[in-house]
Design a protein around this ligand. Structure first.
Ligand SMILES: [Cu+2]
Length: 489
């Protein structure tokens, strides 16, 4: 492992220190991640005794439209403020209160209440769980606002990388403001551009799970770049901009399916379709909902997004089965607390998977369905979150300045899920990084995979054109290389 000094770096840690940190982990830093004692729910069904969801098909003549926050009228924004104020006025014991609803995502408050801490990250239910969560929150907010046409707006940070001004106005009584956010965000700063690039990469992915985990990375980076409540799984739902962010994530799922080209929801996966979670409606009544019930938002959930119309899509992709090969393990741990770390992974250990194969091949250029090359970072521990993101590069030339336009750019690290999972008592979910596109651009062959070079670059938010200086401290236990290969059905 080599460590280089970067012009921005304040803290350059010598190799010996890196090993010392790894071997004798420092006491867990208390800032920002200290309250992550909760855990996201495991994948088991967490449904409670409740009535089952039935769509109210007569609710409205046409589905309501969820719109861009930047296109809302002052009256529409006032409705949202009114609804939030009413929810915030209720005690946490009320299921339609602001704090009860936020605790459904995560909380350290007690004693445990129905549906608390059930958020799904790093599982196949990330999209469907959050869609259900938004749906019932929207119904509650609509009822409290007194505006029957209220819908949740979304924040399209790819178009407007700064948070909407009404959410940053610190005037007393503004229910959209959250003073715990990073100063750069409340000052009107922009999220790093690498978030947008990573979303674009994810949208090109055809398999549902590859797309979904591809969105989780930039999604988590939005959380951490905003910071404060948003940067912590146990408090994120308390920041009003959480709902803008997740409505946008939900919109990206709707947009992806409209892009066709073989994109399909996992409707033949019964475990996914029947997965049930419990939420509370505007009257505080428990309702069970399954993933299968949230696929068609217009018919079942009475909303659509203001997406451009696209052609009808009947194309079925001829692939279903996936073969997963884990050819190499890189056992050397990695730690850093600086702005740029280049880590060469050359100590590849051949796994049983590789020993069984006579010849490892790699098809990154298949037009229909290329192999996906993934890196699983195991046992990630975060001691300090950056005020921004961590960008990842593959085989970045030493003389090249890291930028999301680089051929080596891989994506952004999902620090949000990693921070939450870092204290899980159950088996950790690895932080997954998809290096396929960069590997294809660089023309990597199967033989090159036993020797890869990853660069981790800490990039701050941008305020008035200036990228702010920030740092991060992270430990990664070890790393697995994973190849996902589609098989024709
Ligand atoms: Cu989130």
């Amino acid at each position: 492992m080599k460590v280089y000094t970067h012009p921005l770096s304040i803290f350059v840690v010598l190799i010996g220190v890196l090993y010392a940190i790894t071997k004798y982990p420092a006491t867990r830093a208390t800032e920002k991640t200290s309250d992550e004692v909760l855990m996201c729910a495991t994948e088991k069904n967490t449904a409670l005794p409740a009535s089952n969801f039935t769509p109210n098909l007569k609710a409205s003549p046409a589905p309501l439209v969820r719109k861009n926050i930047y296109s809302l009228s002052p009256a529409e924004i006032n409705s949202i403020k009114t609804g939030i104020a009413a929810m915030k006025a209720l005690p946490i014991t009320n299921k339609t209160s602001w704090l009860y609803q936020a605790a459904i995502h995560g909380t350290t408050a007690g004693p445990p209440q129905p549906s608390w801490n059930t958020c799904q990250h790093g599982t196949q239910f990330f999209f469907s769980w959050h869609r259900m969560y938004l749906y019932y929150f929207e119904r509650i907010l609509r009822a409290k606002s007194g505006n029957p046409n209220l819908t949740l707006p979304y924040w399209d940070y790819q178009t407007n990388p700064a948070l909407h001004p009404d959410y940053r106005n610190s005037a007393p009584g503004n229910t959209l403001y959250d003073g715990t956010r990073n100063a750069s965000i409340n000052a009107g700063g922009s999220l790093p551009a690498s978030i947008s690039t990573s979303i674009n990469t994810a949208m090109t992915k055809i398999p549902f799970n590859t797309f979904q985990s591809g969105i989780e990375g930039p999604h988590g980076s939005v959380h951490v770049s905003i910071g404060g409540n948003m940067g912590s799984v146990s408090r994120a739902g308390q920041d009003p901009c959480f709902w803008l962010h997740h409505t946008n994530v939900d919109r990206l799922w709707s947009k992806w399916i409209k892009m066709c080209g073989g994109r399909e929801n996992p409707t033949s996966d019964n475990a996914w379709m029947n997965q049930t979670y419990t939420f509370f409606d505007e009257n505080g009544n428990a309702v069970n909902m399954t993933s299968s019930q949230v696929i068609n938002t217009a018919a079942n959930l009475n909303y659509v997004y203001d997406l451009p119309a696209s052609l009808p899509c009947n194309f079925k992709f001829p692939y279903l089965e996936w073969v997963v090969i884990r050819p190499y393990k890189f056992p050397r741990p990695l730690a850093f607390n600086q702005n740029l770390l280049r880590a060469s992974f050359t100590e590849a250990k051949a796994t049983e998977d590789l020993k069984k194969m006579s010849n490892l091949t790699l098809n990154l250029n298949n037009q229909e369905m290329p192999d996906q090359v993934l890196v699983d970072l195991n046992n990630v521990r975060i001691d300090k979150l950056p005020e921004g993101v961590i960008e990842i590069y593959l085989n970045l030339p030493t003389n090249e300045k890291p930028s999301p336009q680089s051929r080596s750019f891989v994506g952004v690290l999902d620090l949000f899920s990693a921070a939450a999972h870092a204290t899980h008592t159950r088996k950790q979910v690895p932080v997954r990084v998809n290096i396929s596109d960069a590997a294809a651009r660089l023309g990597l062959k199967a033989a090159d995979l036993s020797k890869i070079d990853l660069s981790f670059v800490v990039r701050g938010n941008t305020v008035r054109g200036q990228t702010i200086d920030t740092r991060s401290a992270i430990n990664i236990g070890d790393m697995d290389l994973v190849i996902e290969r589609p098989v024709k059905r």
